[in-house]
Design a protein around this ligand. Structure first.
Ligand code: SAM
Length: 289
């Protein structure tokens, strides 16, 4: 094995021009802005990919990426994304759904009749799926037996096709759910045995609510709304202001009036945005046009 130090000194070094090329490619294909602080991380992840492909140098990997119609781009973007997530991350959003949004939705007779008791939620940077399953558990628990009267669908999308596949599989390491409420685990998960020891599988009922798809937020969204709730959490921070300002109106267009946009803890939409009212704790409600 070549250590990072040896690598930097030998054929696996990442030159300044290669670093700039990679940053530009990442920005143009994902919207993610990288700077010098990410150099080490980038180097480690792309070195792994360079070796997997059996290439002799990092320059060869860059040459491959420069080739017209190369099919490496999806693997490249999968390698550079940061997929940190967890079940019920930023739990106040799930509390808000349970205590405010879903009871209000269910008590609203006009909406129930007019909209045919339809609930649509989009987890738009879903990573390995924990966010989508947390939404599904929240909806199931909050609606109780009434859920059978409702047409509920959760769409979970991410740029990274590897994490989308993990979400679709619905299998996680036991340690990922260790701190969850015991009733949640009993109701919605099955512990693996034998070869599957140390794993937990999401229940079929949850899996049936969610559709997982690969989707790049920068590209066209082949999806039809309107959505009642959109989660776009902990991804805007990777984008520059220009990209963020392009995305927020697109979420607006896909939400129904009164629908909610949830952002991550260090994200916000601009204060002078007249299209949303802030409900606090990075929850935004779409105002009537
Ligand atoms: C840090 S995770 C956040 C996961 C989850 N929303 C949460 O808050 O726990 C960020 C996710 O955004 C995805 N992502 C990055 N750029 C994207 C893009 N242009 N389109 C869609 N997803 C993107 C990454 O693949 C990654 O899984």
């Amino acid at each position: 094995m070549i250590s990072a130090r040896q690598g930097r000194e030998g054929q696996y070094s990442l030159s300044e021009s290669e670093f700039q090329f990679i940053c530009e490619l990442v920005y143009n294909s994902t919207g993610i802005v990288l700077d010098g602080r990410k150099r080490e991380m980038l180097y480690r992840r792309l070195m792994r990919r360079t070796r997997e492909l059996g290439l002799a140098s990092f320059s060869e990997y860059c040459e491959l990426l420069k080739q017209k119609d190369n099919d490496e781009l999806p693997n490249f973007t999968n390698a550079i994304t940061t997929n940190l997530t967890s079940f019920f991350r930023e739990s106040h959003h799930f509390d808000y759904l349970t205590n405010e949004f879903i009871p209000e939705l269910m008590n609203c007779n006009r909406r129930a009749e007019d909209a045919g008791r339809r609930l649509r939620i989009w987890s738009s940077a879903s990573s390995t799926g924990e966010e989508a399953y947390s939404i599904a558990m929240t909806v199931m628990n909050a609606m109780g037996s009434s859920i059978t009267d409702w047409d509920v669908r959760i769409l979970a999308t991410d740029l990274d096709s590897d994490v989308v596949e993990v979400g679709r599989g619905g299998v996680y390491k036991l340690e990922r759910v260790r701190d969850l409420d015991i009733d949640l685990k009993r109701s919605w998960m099955t512990k693996g045995r034998g070869d599957n020891g140390g794993l937990v599988k999401m229940s079929q009922e949850l899996m049936d609510l969610i559709v997982f798809k690969q989707l790049n937020l920068l590209h066209k969204w082949p999806i039809s709304g309107p959505f009642d709730v959109i989660f776009c959490r902990n991804v805007l921070i990777y984008f520059d202001r220009e990209t963020q300002e392009k995305l927020i109106p697109r979420f607006y267009d896909l939400l129904r009036p009164g629908g909610l946009l949830f952002l991550g803890h260090s994200e916000s939409i601009l204060k002078d945005n007249k299209n949303f009212e802030s409900l606090g704790k990075t929850i935004y409600r779409k105002l009537e046009a």
